[in-house]
Design a binder for this molecule. Structure first.
Ligand SMILES: Nc1ncnc2c1ncn2[C@@H]1O[C@H](COP(=O)(O)OP(=O)(O)O)[C@@H](O)[C@H]1O
Ligand SMILES: C[C@H](O)[C@H](O)[C@@H](O)C(=O)COP(=O)(O)O
Ligand SMILES: [Mg+2]
Length: 471
């Protein structure tokens, strides 16, 4: 039996601490702690409650004690792009502002006046999302230049949590690439971009790859918990960890299905061709310097907001059931329209879109859920076709991973609409990828190939085929 590793996976809607260890060649998971993660309003800004998140991590670590398990290591992964700036005394200079905050409105266009969009893409290979770190920092420079001048350390969310755990500061490669400030070829901070935008280079830390042992818990925390742990850098971008868990990555299109739907493939080099730019695909960094050629689709955020607008009267599985009963309702929205990024009321926003496009307006929870799921499937199909056009090949399989792989209706919809085999699982793909990266760092697993073989052998996946014969 191997050592225990503790994964902290915090997505944009929920966080979880999961213990993992190897037993007779299989990976065994034990969920220790789960909690909600919601954007909070602080003054005029949408923020993450970073203090709450660190408190939840400590609750989870203390629960290990109750189980009499002392993990050898811990690794933190979260959503991308967001960050904390520290001053010379290592104190935060600002809130942990969330990527859905409107401060970046209009910033992308201002950056393009300094660095042409095409050049930015050729250098970084990163998709154009208005909330990318580059635009957040540019907004900060416009609105609060003093904050940027005082900043001595730039830490992304998992790295700030690592700092609270160890006192050490480092940027991790997979998450750093999501900033659109890392050169896809040098795999380091692109100083030319930083200089052109007047962003101080000194606050950025050395970029470390996944599987780096960053350090150990601080003495203060060792005395608080009663045991120490190594702190390992997994792929700290949660989607980077999730993609590690795709058991048969060759010839597979994955959909990391959570708050966002990240749809793509794994590649050995960046693809920055005009078509990839036109379709807004990204080349985010992966383990062993591979690339995650993917695009963001608005994702299950939309049903999360619909659920919230209905005062959480329905569970996600109940919403799927209600959607199944609305077979005749077929209105579709463009899920990737910025209007759905942070509307005041998602139900009203979807109804408004359908009205403006002269479609039947969803009135019932079932019609609303069906509209969301059908619209997501529509966007998935478009992205799959774009991927196959760029690669000039057909991919026989789609692997849905993450919490959204429990949506059987959506899985079947993808199979019916594409005619491809759809595999669903593992649900906790991100935490699994986090854990196997720690086990590789500890020498318990040799490499990514062995890791994926273990994952394939350890977790059931459900498969879906097209439910009708194509005429
Ligand atoms: N039983 C279920 N049936 C259908 N969908 C589900 C179910 N459980 C979870 N989901 C979907 O999974 C999503 C959460 O996925 P998860 O990977 O945990 O998100 P994140 O990591 O972004 O917080 C929910 O928004 C919901 O839409
Ligand atoms: C804002 C980013 O695009 C986002 O973090 C995405 O990359 C991601 O990883 C989201 O993961 P979830 O688990 O929160 O869906
Ligand atoms: Mg997630």
């Amino acid at each position: 039996m191997s050592k225990y590793c503790l994964a902290v996976d915090i997505g944009a809607s929920s966080g979880r601490l999961i213990l993992g260890h190897l037993e007779k060649g299989k990976l065994k998971l034990t969920e220790i702690h789960r909690f909600d993660n919601n954007i909070v309003q602080k003054g005029e800004q949408y923020c993450w409650d970073i203090e709450k998140l660190f408190h939840e991590i400590k609750i989870g670590i203390n629960k290990c004690k109750e189980l009499e398990v002392k993990p050898e290591s811990i690794g933190v992964d979260t959503w991308a792009v967001d960050f904390v700036l520290l001053d010379e005394n290592n104190n935060p200079l600002s809130n942990a502002v969330a990527y859905r905050d409107p401060r970046t409105d209009g910033m992308m266009e201002k950056v393009f006046n300094i660095i042409p969009k095409e050049k930015l893409y050729l250098e970084t290979g990163i998709q154009f999302q208005k909330f990318n770190t580059i635009y957040q920092l540019f907004a900060l420079k416009q609105k609060s230049p003093d904050v940027l001048e005082k900043a001595k350390a730039f830490l992304m969310i998992p790295e700030y949590l690592n700092f609270l755990l160890t006192g050490k500061k480092a940027n991790e490669y997979t998450n750093a690439t999501s900033t659109q400030l890392v050169n896809a070829f040098t795999k380091n901070w692109d100083h030319e971009i930083l200089d052109q935008l007047g962003i101080n280079k000194e606050m950025f830390q050395d970029i470390k790859p996944p599987k780096t042992v960053l350090g150990t818990l601080s003495e203060e925390l060792v005395s608080e918990f009663g045991f120490g742990m190594k702190v390992v850098l997994p792929a700290t971008h949660d989607t980077g960890s999730a993609v590690i868990s795709v058991p048969e990555i060759e010839d597979t299109i994955y959909i990391s299905s959570g708050t966002w739907s990240l749809i793509g493939v794994e590649n050995r080099f960046p693809i920055c061709v005009p078509k990839a730019l036109e379709y807004n695909f990204t080349n985010e960094g992966g383990i062993d310097y591979r690339f995650r050629f993917l695009k963001n689709i608005m994702g299950l955020w939309m049903i999360q907001e619909v659920k919230r607008n209905y005062d959480d009267k329905f569970s996600f599985s109940e919403l799927v059931g209600l959607a199944r009963d609305e077979k005749e309702f077929n209105s579709i929205v463009n899920v990737d329209d910025d209007r759905f990024l942070k509307p005041n009321n998602m139900i009203k926003e979807i109804q408004g879109y359908c009205k403006e496009t002269h479609q039947q307006v969803p009135q019932t929870p079932g019609q609303m859920a069906k509209c969301v799921y059908d619209s997501l499937a529509d966007s998935y199909i478009r992205a799959i076709n774009e991927i196959e056009e760029i690669f000039e090949k057909k991919f026989p399989k789609v692997n849905v991973i993450g919490g959204g792989c429990q949506n059987e209706m959506l899985n079947q919809l993808i199979a019916d609409r594409t005619g491809k085999e759809v595999c669903a699982g593992p649900i906790e793909a991100t935490a699994i990828g986090n854990i196997v990266s720690q086990l590789m760092a500890l020498g318990e697993i040799e490499d990514i190939t062995q890791a994926r073989a273990i994952i394939k052998d350890s977790f059931e996946v459900k498969t879906y085929q097209q439910s009708f014969q194509k005429g």
